[in-house]
Design a protein. Sequence first.
Length: 270
Amino acid sequence: SDLYCVFGNPIEHSKSPLIHAEFAQQTQQIIEYTAKQAPPDGFADAWRTFVEKGGRGANVTVPFKGEAYALCDTLSKRAQRAKAVNTLTVGGNGLTYGDNTDGVGLIRDLKYHRVTLAGKRVLVVGAGGAVQGILEPLLAEQPGEVMVVNRTPEKAQQLAEDFCDLGELYSGGFKAAKGPFDVVINGSSASLNGDLPPLPDNLFADGAWAYDMMYGAEETVFLKWAGTHGAQRLDGLGMLVEQAAEAFFLWRNVRPDTTHVRQTLRRMLN
Ligand code: ATR
């Protein structure tokens, strides 16, 4: 069977092995997919060792997406834009190909929930690696306008410059966010620490959606806050599944159905 894995640190709670096992079963692909913890300073070595042992591809998660990007021989356009790689593939020539399926994962999850972006006003909160990974696929949906706000406004401004050729993009600090927005995406890691970015009230349009790229058994503080302002809410569990499906498609050339594994993961979480 063909070998795949996910690299991260920490990695023991990764849901990726379960997701890919379910995809493989469903599409009758014979693969083995495991979780591997790489040491903080040893990601490139871990990848090389894995390839020497027959590894065909890997997902990459925190904190190695930047290092994965750096070691690739060739990169997809969206990975070049993101300056981050979450999917590695060994090519027929033995070269390492890097892609980033996070942004597509987000867009597919939104579509799964019938959330459209075309012509809409979208607010993105945060300007770190996670946001860098989603901006190109997001702008490809042709939203009317995207604003990126961040605790450190300079980083939001840099992103706005880097991606300005792809659409109407504005930036600022949290207080610069002027609603109403149709979709508000939290890509900051504030939720991880249980923090709520100090966003202005009146952000949400009627029927607006709030999306947190994080997820957990408990609703995140961002989604709780959005709920008190009347927004419809989605967490990042669907994005996790969809980025995995896109990686699986890259490796196996067959697109798995995500419905069942979504339900399984949701049950496990609660
Ligand atoms: P990731 O890969 O998860 O995006 P990152 O590149 O370190 O990680 O980026 C973290 C993001 O979350 C940044 O936008 C960060 O804001 P700063 O650029 O000002 O550091 C944001 N962030 C982290 N903790 C936060 C908090 N408590 N409140 C608001 N924003 C926070």
